[in-house]
Design a protein around this ligand. Structure first.
Ligand SMILES: [Mg+2]
Length: 264
């Protein structure tokens, strides 16, 4: 019996292509004279932002560029400086990119009609998520729960946020489907013992704005979708969907599996 759906934010329910965090992280490093490719920034997307910056400072491409620019590897306290610079920059551009994705409010209404509670988790801070929740409400998306790494003590891939939502909803992890657009979303759901669905077209793995997606040739679109599907399924996703608006068949298939006593 599936009783709740737990959605990610950027790239899943808002922000087509998960652009706001990518552009902000790119700018924070650029301000330090380091050019970090989007592919590198997207690799660990979905983690708590401080953890993500810590991880980026260990990426070979970043260490190499840093050493070339500063004649030494990044100092140990660099994460503190970059994170302090990141926070106001992310707040500044967050809402510009974070519109609710097409079809999400309508899909959520259908899921509620099926008896689902709606939870959400993120890599954003509490202050950022508060701004996001208020803006999403204006556009018709209001989850029953919205947790950040700060609220539950750890970000993805820790299951802490998902477990806290289970307690709030008074349900078991195997009664939930975690839905998100990054490998860290899938790891979070699997670590919690939940069913998981990976989101491809609107998310981080394709990484394109709606306008850029619409002007991408069909064969390239297909290749981008297949690559995203492979990566999310490889991380252990039980199913993939192109968007939340189109995820009903995958949700119904998992409901059917769970009613036949299958566990995630
Ligand atoms: Mg996301």
């Amino acid at each position: 019996m599936i009783k709740a759906l737990i959605f990610d934010w950027a790239g899943t329910t808002v922000d087509h292509g998960s652009l706001a965090p990518v552009l902000t992280l790119e700018r924070v490093f650029a301000d330090s004279g380091i050019r970090v490719p989007h592919t590198v920034i997207r690799r660990d997307m979905g983690m708590a932002k401080r953890d993500h910056i810590t991880r980026l400072l260990l990426e070979p491409e970043v260490v190499g560029a840093w050493s070339a620019a500063h004649r030494e590897p990044p100092p140990a306290d660099e994460v503190d400086r970059l994170y302090a610079a990141f926070l106001p920059l992310q707040m500044e551009c967050l809402l510009r990119y974070s519109h609710v994705l097409a079809g999400v409010p309508e899909a959520i209404a259908v899921f509620r009609g099926m008896g689902m509670q709606i939870g959400s988790t993120t890599g954003y801070t509490r202050a950022m998520l508060d701004a996001l929740v208020a803006a999403a409400e204006e556009e018709g998306y209001v989850p029953d729960a919205a947790l950040t790494p700060e609220d539950s003590g750890a970000g993805r891939p820790s299951p802490a946020m998902c477990m806290a939502i289970c307690r709030q909803f008074a349900i078991e992890p195997h009664e939930c489907i975690k839905i998100g657009d990054t490998p860290s979303d899938i790891a979070e759901g699997r670590n919690a013992g939940m069913w998981t669905i990976g989101i491809t077209r609107t998310g981080n793995m394709v990484g394109l704005s709606k306008a850029d997606w619409d002007t991408t040739p069909a064969d390239e679109q297909r290749a981008l979708l297949e690559k995203a599907e492979t990566e999310l399924l490889g991380q252990g996703a039980h199913a993939v969907a192109e968007s939340v608006a189109e995820s009903l068949p995958q949700i119904e298939a998992i409901i059917s599996r769970s009613t036949h006593d299958e566990r995630p």
